[in-house]
Write a protein that binds this ligand. Structure first.
Ligand code: MG
Ligand code: ZN
Length: 353
């Protein structure tokens, strides 16, 4: 009897041991659809034949997006909350409301020896990417944000915004400074796709990249290039990916464009999930910083892949946004969350100090 109990204990210890080993992710890929509320997701789903890649995530929740001084946030305060775990004032980047710089999850990952990356479909110095790496009083300080990239050792960043590195009021040539820091510089996607190790600065447009469909597969190609490079780091990696222009289509109240941008983002989600499915040590989190347009779907037709829409604003709305998660630790990202909850949860799962 004692012997049998001993064996049972041994078996359950092994089982528990292997379970807890499976629970901890090594890599985190954090995907943000800027301005992507549930109506944007569902409009794209209907247009795509009633299915999306994001449906592969079985852990789903909501994130409350209000910021420190307003009910309806902007991407500065919204991104700062996701990146730093602090609710700040409208328009601020990587700082608390009293203007104290707060470490971001990307900076913390880097400090703990993880490889880090940012891939976006806007200028790399624009609002959402800035909230993961920069600390500025206002979101419009693009040249200051570009200089903040040089203060870090981020391994891979790909987006637009070349001019903020090259043609600056302070006369600094940040492209040269990046080269001095051993970065490989790529000015178009063909060059980006050739690079598979080391450090990469992909500045593939002067300012903002074009909208879909002109942009092509920039987001999915750049994301997979980044994953391929970052995954070579034994300690793991943190990568932030943004579908930046869902928000811009929302500001224009243009549902066709919202659908194209959301499907572009979802295609990237699919490729990331393919990687995570094989890798088994990667946690994938998909959410938004806020909703844009106050979009409602007043009617539609599943077979005809059509939706009828009503927009209530040309700006953002205050409604919670969806959260989708996949992989080890995904169960942590369910139910109603505050947008400041992500950082602490990721930090805990990656055992960052
Ligand atoms: Mg953004
Ligand atoms: Zn916006």
């Amino acid at each position: 009897m004692i012997k049998r109990f001993g064996i049972l204990l041994l078996v359950s210890t092994i089982l528990l041991g292997s379970m807890s080993a499976a629970i901890r992710p090594k890599n985190v890929i954090f995907l943000i659809g800027d301005g992507m509320g549930m109506a944007q997701v569902y409009a794209a789903m209907v247009a795509n034949g009633n299915k999306l890649e994001v449906e592969r995530c079985k852990h789903v929740g909501y994130s409350k997006t209000y910021c420190a001084n307003r009910f309806v946030t902007d991407s500065g305060a919204g991104g700062t909350a996701l990146a730093t775990g602090v609710k700040t004032n409208y328009g601020m980047i990587g700082m608390s409301p009293d203007s104290v710089a707060v470490e971001t999850i990307l900076e913390q990952s880097e400090r703990n020896g993880l490889a880090t990356g940012i891939v976006v479909t806007c200028a790399i110095t624009y609002v959402t990417p800035a909230t993961f790496i920069a600390h500025q009083h206002h979101r419009s300080m693009y040249e200051e944000v570009a200089a903040d990239f040089l203060k870090t050792d981020i391994d891979v960043f790909i987006g637009g915004g070349r001019k903020y590195f090259e043609t600056r009021k302070d006369g600094r040539n940040l492209i040269q400074e990046l080269k001095d820091k051993q970065y490989q510089i790529a000015f178009d996607m063909d060059e980006v796709k050739k690079i598979n190790s080391g450090k990469l600065a992909g500045l593939i447009h002067e300012d903002q990249p074009p909208a879909m469909p002109e942009r092509g597969d920039l987001l999915s190609d750049a994301t997979m290039t980044a994953i391929n490079i970052l995954n070579k780091n034994e300690k793991g990696f943190f990568l932030m990916v943004e579908g930046s222009q869902i928000d811009w289509a929302g500001h224009s109240n243009d549902v066709e464009q919202i659908i194209m941008e959301t499907l572009d983002f979802d295609k990237t989600v699919g490729k990331v999930l393919d990687f995570a499915e094989k890798d088994k040590t990667t946690l994938v989190i998909i959410t938004a910083d806020h909703e844009t347009g106050g979009l409602t779907l007043t009617d539609g037709n599943i077979n005809q892949r059509k939706v009828k829409t009503h927009f209530s604003t040309k700006s953002h709305s205050g409604i919670p946004v969806p959260v989708f998660a996949f992989g080890p630790g995904a169960e942590e990202f369910t139910g109603f969350m505050e947008n400041i909850d992500f950082k602490g949860k990721i930090e805990k799962l990656l055992k960052l100090k």
